[in-house]
Design a binder for this molecule. Structure first.
Ligand SMILES: Nc1ncnc2c1ncn2[C@@H]1O[C@H](COP(=O)(O)OP(=O)(O)OP(=O)(O)O)[C@@H](O)[C@H]1O
Ligand SMILES: [Mg+2]
Length: 324
């Protein structure tokens, strides 16, 4: 038995999804920025849109934020049609735009209070301080925004997106350009939001980010969703199990491996052996360890969302080229 109440089951089973997109398109002259996509995001979920530059992620997000009108199709957010009802939900939705830049001459403390006013909310000093603390900017609260680092600006943007205590937050590339430490700190903040029940739609180019954070992932390419599922599910569906890498084995290594009837490929000077099923790993390792060509290192790597991405996006790109 699970807990007495869980957000996925129980009374929520028949609840309307927080985001419901059907056959959505957005065309600019001859560009199909969004080309007939459908997906749902349930309450409390973290949904990630992945895809290369120009795939249509920001266009999709901005339609769902009520900032652009779709060409056709349906999009409902918190139960309202984004074309008609946005005024009703505007202050329940938090938005961090791609490449967010705060006003240079405002300090975080002022920027958060000002932003709240724009949403017809007056925050008390304590509430402003609380938001700033939530995003880890307490000791920068009185520094002009122009003097904040990139990561600090992004965190200020998240604090601003939270002024209305939103049920749903859109984060368009929240961690692009941040150093690895700052990215991980932001992941912590995003996880915290999720743990409080906030529904989050995130776009990212970082596949590890989606793998770490998202319950559900849609990979977009040329305006279409080309793969969809949980990270684990996508990896099983499209990934290649695991890979044994014979680092530095080179051509000689490849030949030695092939002579033993093992399928392998050369990747730079490394030999890659794909092992589709995990339980075959031990036998394969034993076989490869017996090869007497020199290697600098033998290691295994699990298929990742990156492999999935390259497979589905790479394949589509090739299709595009072939079709042209
Ligand atoms: N206002 C516009 N007018 C014309 N074309 C546009 C407009 N906005 C977006 N596009 C085009 O639509 C496509 C999708 O752009 P979009 O910004 O949604 O991509 P993205 O997936 O967010 O890319 P990135 O990862 O680079 O942010 C691109 O080809 C872009 O040039
Ligand atoms: Mg974008």
């Amino acid at each position: 038995m699970g807990p007495r109440w869980s957000p996925r089951r129980g009374g929520n089973l028949t609840a309307e999804p927080v985001i419901d997109v059907r056959g959505l398109t957005k065309h600019y002259a001859d560009i199909k920025a969004v080309d007939g996509i459908s997906f749902e995001v349930e309450k409390g979920q973290m949904f990630a849109l992945l895809g290369p530059n120009g795939a249509g992620k920001t266009t999709t997000v901005e339609i769902l934020e009520g900032l652009r009108d779709p060409t056709s199709g349906e999009a409902r957010v918190l139960g309202v049609d984004v074309r008609k009802g946005y005024r009703k939900i505007r202050n329940r939705v938090g938005v961090l735009p791609q490449d967010f830049e705060p006003f240079d001459r405002l300090k975080p403390r002022e920027a958060v209070a000002y932003w709240a006013k724009l949403f017809d909310r007056t925050l008390t000093k304590e509430e402003v301080a609380g938001l700033i603390r939530t995003v880890g900017l307490a000791d920068r609260a009185d520094t002009l925004a122009m003097n904040l680092s990139g990561g600090e600006k992004r965190r200020l943007g998240i604090a601003m997106s939270l002024v209305g205590k939103p049920k749903l937050v859109f984060l368009d590339e929240p961690t692009t350009g941040l150093d690895p430490g700052a990215r991980r700190e932001l992941w912590g903040l995003i996880r915290q939001l999720k743990s409080e029940g906030t529904t989050i739609l995130l776009t990212t180019h970082y596949l590890d980010e989606a793998e770490q954070l998202a319950d559900d992932v849609a990979i977009m390419n040329h305006g279409k969703i080309v793969a969809r599922g949980s990270p684990a599910n996508l990896i099983t569906q499209f990934g290649a199990g695991a890979v044994i890498v014979l680092a530095g084995a080179g051509d000689a290594g490849l030949q030695a491996v092939s002579q033993r009837g093992v399928d392998a490929e050369l990747n730079g000077s490394d030999v890659w052996v794909r092992v589709p099923i995990a339980s075959d790993m031990r036998g394969m390792l034993e076989k490869l360890a017996a090869i007497d060509t020199p290697v600098t290192e033998i290691y295994t790597k699990r298929a990742s969302l990156e492999d999935v991405f390259l497979k589905v996006v790479g394949a589509r790109m090739q299709e595009g080229v072939l079709a042209a």
